[in-house]
Design a binder for this molecule. Structure first.
Ligand SMILES: C[S@@+](CC[C@H](N)C(=O)[O-])C[C@H]1O[C@@H](n2cnc3c(N)ncnc32)[C@H](O)[C@@H]1O
Length: 224
């Protein structure tokens, strides 16, 4: 066998092994996630903040789609390592603010360290649950969460709580990414949101990753 064909054979086997490993992780991961609900382990948040992800799901593009502008008050749920937090903070400028919370205190500590390292001063990050958002009614112009909603066991409860803190003219943005074992189809997210009283506004992206935006259904609710 020539060296060329040996190299080709090794590459082919490597590709087959890698493909099988990915398939196994996806299938087993989805079965486990379907049976047991728990937040993605803290190490995963660091692991998924990498250059491949930035290429696939560029933070600047996501923040454009959410239409975040200077002066806005923006809430991010489940920021993990802060991949999208920093870009959101740049967009709101010092005239606005980003408020982020994650259920895992260790991730909030990591995010604080990152914000300090990058000199970002307009983000307030705390540990909290989406079931009890630590802010008053109608506090935010935007609420967003990327690769988070499907991880929350009682999504309706979380979405109703989000509706409470979102201004009636505000936007909820939900992003998802196919390699995430929790990835729900866009129509599933639309159904969850409709059940909690949100109406669809826009849809961006494709099958590999997408972002959907919603407004709260108009209802009689007083705003400060
Ligand atoms: C897959 S990670 C995504 C992190 C980040 N948004 C990203 O896209 O890189 C999901 C994050 O949601 C957080 N999370 C899960 N359930 C939550 C809840 N009920 N309330 C707040 N955060 C939650 C997890 O701790 C984790 O940081």
């Amino acid at each position: 066998m020539s060296i060329g064909s040996a190299v080709l054979r090794i590459l082919l086997w490597a590709a087959i092994v890698l493909g099988c490993a990915l398939f196994f992780v996806q299938v087993v991961g989805r079965i486990i996630r379907h049976l047991v609900h728990f937040p993605a382990p803290a190490f995963v948040a660091g692991f998924i903040d990498n250059r491949w992800r930035r290429r696939l799901q560029p933070p600047a593009k996501i923040i454009d789609w959410i239409a975040i502008a200077p002066g806005m008050r923006v809430l991010e749920i489940g920021p993990g390592a802060g991949l999208f937090t920093i870009e959101a903070a740049r967009r709101v400028t010092e005239a606005g603010g980003v408020f982020a919370f994650d259920i895992q205190p260790s991730l909030v500590a990591k995010l604080h360290a990152r914000l300090r390292n990058e000199g970002v001063t307009n983000v307030r990050a705390v540990a909290a649950s989406a079931y009890e958002i630590p802010y008053p009614d109608s506090s935010f112009d935007r609420v967003f969460m990327i690769a988070v909603l499907a991880e929350i066991p009682d999504r309706r409860r979380a979405l109703i709580e989000i509706k409470r803190v979102l201004r009636s003219d505000g936007l909820l943005a939900i992003g998802e990414l196919l390699p995430d074992p929790d990835y729900p189809l866009p129509r599933t997210v639309r159904r969850w949101c409709a059940d909690a009283g949100f109406v669809p506004v826009d849809s961006h992206g494709g099958i590999l990753h997408y972002l959907l935006t919603f407004r709260p259904e108009p209802e009689s609710r007083s705003e400060p």
